[in-house]
Write a protein of this length. Sequence first.
Length: 342
Amino acid sequence: MTLGSFLKKQFIDVIDWTEPEDGILAYRYPMQDREIQNGGKLTVRDSQMALFVNEGKIADQFNPGLYTLNTNTLPLLTYIMNWDKAFQSPFKSDVYFYSTRQQTDQHWGTPNPITIRDKDFGMIRMRGFGIYAYHISDPKTFYQKISGTRETYTAAELEGQLRNTIIAMMTDAFANSQVPFLDLAANQTMLAQKISEKVGPTFTGYGLTLDSFVVENVSLPDELQKVLDQRIEMNMVGNLQQYTQFQAAQSIPIAAANEGGGAGIGAGLGAGIAMGQAIAGAVQGGMNPPPQGGAPTGGGAPTGGAPAGGAATASATKFCMSCGKSIPRSAGFCPECGQKQG
């Protein structure tokens, strides 16, 4: 090397890095044929770590602090390079900085519903989403398995891998939790802990530490949620007659808004009550069947049933189309509301 070419070389006296934006996990310090001056300064700030890589091999790792680069601070690199004790000449090595602060507000979620077995509903499909946080804890492993020799490596590039890992582990956690779907909302903290325990070793294998994991919501797809809502409604109603009356009451605002207003309301109420009574009567009749052998001979009054003439009485009445009251079948007007009968 001539004196002119030696003078043209650029020597690095200070090596440091400040993060220009969020989300940068790894950064390779720009060398471009520059050499590090013996006795130069290396600054590793809090929430950072640095690696020296020589000829593709990791030589030294530095925690936060200020270092003077010499044989005392670069023992492994000194051994690799076979320098003498003087260590006077400049040297060249790749320097990588790693952000070790928490990468917060990382989102995970199921892009498609996952199928699991449930105690109450059998096989169901469900969704889940939440957030998590992690940080780089082992730069050597992260360099070897994830970032490599890239100039920069960001959290966005790693997000897909971590999210898919979480979803795979989440399916196992749901299946083994033995918690019915209806109780998951009250056990989300426990569920998050189980998922975190399963996912944690995978993060460690990448040189990361999972700091927190939160399940924000678990839900069913829309079509299954509608079925669940209907089941809840039926449980709240209690029996069919009450449900019919409930449905009739639900129709009042709709009927009132339509042409005919009150007549429509009365018709709806009358039909609903009549249907409820008819169904209730059928159920009651099924529970109390007529006695075997029919009515006794000799023209006596029938036993165990309605008095004679009951059927005729029932057929001689009808329901008002307006208010739903029982009125004589021959009546032209309702004695209760005065509505003309058709």
